[in-house]
Design a protein around this ligand. Sequence first.
Ligand code: GDP
Ligand code: MG
Length: 724
Amino acid sequence: MAENVTIALAGNPNSGKTTMFNALTGSRQRVGNYPGVTVERKEGSVILNGLHADVVDLPGCYSLTAYSMEELVARKVLVEERPDVVVHVMDATVLERSLYLGVQLLEMGVPVVLALNMMDETKKRGLRINAAKLSKLLGVPVVETVGRTGQGKKELLQEAINHANQRKRQWLPLELSYGPDVDHALLDMTTRINAAGLFTDRQPARWTAIKYIEGDEQVVAEGRKAAPEVSKELEAMVSKLSDHCQKTLNAYPDAIIADYRYGFISALLKQGVLERDSLRERIDITDKVDRVLTHRVFGPLIMLAVLYGMFKLTFTLGEYPMGWLEAGFGLLSDTVGNAMAEGPLRSMLVSGVIDGVGGVMGFVPLILIMFLMVSVLEDLGYMARMAYMLDRVFRIFGLHGCSVMPFVISGGIAGGCAVPGIMATRTLKSPKEKLATLLTAPFMTCGAKIPVFVLLVAAFFPENAAMTMFAITMFAWAMALLVSWALRSTLLRGESTPFVMELPPYRLPTLRGVLTHSFERTWAYIRKAGTVILAISILLWAAMTYPELPAERAAGFETMREQAVAETQTMADAEAALEERLVEIDNREAQAALRHSLAGRVGGALEPVSKLAGFDWRTNIALVGGVAAKEVIVSTLGTAYSLGEVEAEEAQPLSERLATDPQWSAITAISLIVFVLLYAPCFVTVVAMAKESSWRWAAFSTIFNTALAFAMATAIYQLGRLLS
Ligand code: GDP
Ligand code: MG
């Protein structure tokens, strides 16, 4: 006969564990003590209708952190004795509280079967528990029992043995999110623990990291003994996290972890697991607020209103500082231009550095305001509610509830970044859902694309700026969902996995926390403008300047100038007429020079094709540059148009230049917006994608997105021309 399955009974004190133990083992039991401590240990064996198992009754406990002797012992048995399966005996009348331990068992990864005990009491109190739903959502067997009468004990035993045989002692930890700050530290710590191999033979690295964050004295003491250096590093990471959390959220990390666990549980129960027939006993503020904010009808409406309000506010508030910055950079560009002698250095500083970087920096106020609002929503806990509501929609398109965060981070509310967005897809367990999310997240309106849209909207739809920006974001979502649906019905066909959304309790954000988060993100944007974008701007400037016009062509323009001088001498208003002619000639020369340059040639070579979508060679230069970093699109357009139209009376904002350019129209703008929204992700994103999936999929995304973008842009442009 095969070896008996060993079952450990875990549960809160008074959940009916010992009663169940007795019901199962009858007289076949031994009572002793755990070595060294005065905690009782009960062991026994079961023989029930041909089923055999060894059972150990663990001490009752509320958590698996070493807060008490009982908890310590219970955990030690799990880690050291490695039972085949843990039966978690829960007092179903207080399901929420009981699940707190259950979730921790799942987080640890041990094979778990849930026993909904005291079902008799539960029914009497008018509580209805949907065991099948709970089982589906958590992915573990759930059995209803009544310990006193032994009802359900056979099914429980059967499920436990089946589950043990199925899992074969494999630990599959449930990974909850504890919010961006803790998750981030957790990831770093897990990597460190894995690299050092600290306890990885007996417990999941992430679990060890959680225990360190929770300040579990026993785990930390053992860690110090086993690997003093590693432990020191981990403790330093924890204290850094702790400082950060206290500053920004005014809470200790272990409290945050507990909050998210409760959030997870309350969301679980809200998904139809627990319903009360009688009056609700306890309705806290979060519940009350959630009944409105996540209401089936009002919830989504409120969400749309919140999103639209954000856009409106951002653009109304952002207008002023943006204007000041634009004027400032214009002034700087004029001052430098006047102070320096004509030559490549001046051209590089004015056209490459100031116009290029200035174009990007001009959007800093906008980005800061947006990040401020995103931070408030995040800290408030409303983001999680949005995710919760969007989840229903997501399943239709073959995505998973966990896809919401990657989308939002990538710019679902506008102003994100696809790189952390792609990394956030790690929470998705199913490879196909993860791929679908990863491939469509770059469609979102990231912080780098926003300047392009703002520029074009300001130029062509100034009356409806906020509405248009809102529409662009909605369009991004629609495309992400549609493409994901298309992928999930073809290349990535497969089942969708059940999902539990985590709803943290509402928390009033602290001013300091919101400011810290937004400044951190904005600073990252500024740094990028100051380094990567500066470098790319200079490179692009060089590509747009060299090779220079051959001497004989430059001489040709010189001859034209001399002619102009001669011809205007006899005119009535000689000076003004000459001035006009000279500007005209300067423009033509600059245009010719740009066309002659490397970038101009590339842009020109692409023009026959890009014309179909309405893009001229100058736009092409910007779009090619945008593959390196999307921020570069605006700065390159700035450089291309400033190189092309030097000496206009005063420095004119780029949006005005575009609005008055005969090559441009509202249709061109829409076509370009759609193209920029959808085409190849920027280089850094592609690398991130390759890391999360494979280079093949990263290449797929580059080619597929560009083809899709071009097809859509062409369709829009051609249709628009037909209709206008
Ligand atoms: P333990 O402390 O977790 O081991 O729990 P016990 O086995 O001592 O049970 C606590 C109390 O709950 C006892 O009075 C049991 O008789 C009672 N009890 C256990 N199971 C059930 C059940 O399914 N229904 C009801 N109504 N009472 C139960
Ligand atoms: Mg007991």
